[in-house]
Design a protein around this ligand. Structure first.
Ligand code: G3P
Ligand code: MG
Length: 241
């Protein structure tokens, strides 16, 4: 057993076990006991669609750019095992406050509709501490922050800019999310000294999980939630903490 508990974030649900970003994948993550899940989001034809790529080919039987299609066409596609591309609202219905949700804003124009959905979710009883909005697109995050300063923000970093943690802290972010390729102890210590949580993507191999524990990171995005959870004792706490 490990001494240090990593927050286990089911990447696109539990994409090592089910088609990514489908309701089946999010249900699998819940069944495994993941305290948090991550979902990628585009805004297409006035709907928030949970999808990772900008094109359809890799994960569906469709073709072309996601945003060039209307809602009914997207819903007619097979996203794997007969699953449909879900809306973000459907993902929240499925999770039903049994895990924290990280909404990763992928496409342009996602900030406003996501902030709108979160306002609705609040009225339905979702507490702020179960929702975390992140993006590589920091302008979208700025828009979210401008609409609703109470939404928790995670700054996603591409590469390893020298001032990344300082930027995230100045932004008022709650967490900073960095690739496994660039994480090191200096980054963790810098982020922690600024009051930021550090989450690392995408951590699947047991050796990497062990290394993240040793580095003192706070949580990992993983395609295989059981590999992180099996190293931990007792019932996990739901959500982002
Ligand atoms: O949010 C963490 C991670 O999912 C970011 O990269 O490409 O898997 O969405 P990607
Ligand atoms: Mg993602």
């Amino acid at each position: 057993m490990s001494g240090r508990r990593l927050l286990c974030i089911g990447h696109r649900g539990a994409m090592g076990h089910a088609p990514e970003n489908t309701l089946l994948s999010f249900r699998r993550a819940l069944e495994m006991g993941a305290p948090c899940v991550e979902a990628d989001v585009y805004y297409v034809d006035h709907h928030l669609m949970v999808f990772h790529d900008d094109r359809l080919e890799r994960t569906t039987n469709g073709a072309g750019y996601l945003i060039d299609h209307d809602f009914d066409t997207l819903r007619s596609l097979d996203a794997g095992n007969g699953e449909r591309i879900p809306t973000l609202a459907e993902v929240f219905e499925t999770i039903d406050r049994r895990a924290g949700v990280n909404i990763e804003l992928k496409g342009p124009g996602t900030a406003r509709p996501v902030a709108g959905l979160i306002a609705t979710l609040r009225k339905q009883g979702w507490p702020d501490h179960l929702i975390l909005v992140s993006s590589f697109n920091h302008r979208e995050l700025e828009t979210v922050r401008g609409i609703d300063p109470f939404i928790r923000i995670g700054v996603l970093i591409a590469g390893s800019p020298v001032d990344a943690a300082a930027f995230a802290a100045s932004f008022g972010a709650w967490s900073v999310h960095i690739s496994l390729a660039f994480i090191d102890r200096g980054f963790v210590e810098d982020a922690h000294s600024r009051g930021l949580k550090v989450f690392v993507f995408t951590v699947n191999h047991p050796d990497e999980i062990y290394r993240m524990e040793r580095l003192g990171v706070d949580g990992v995005f993983t395609n295989y939630p059981e590999r992180v959870l099996s190293r931990q004792e007792g019932d996990g706490v739901i959500g982002w903490g």
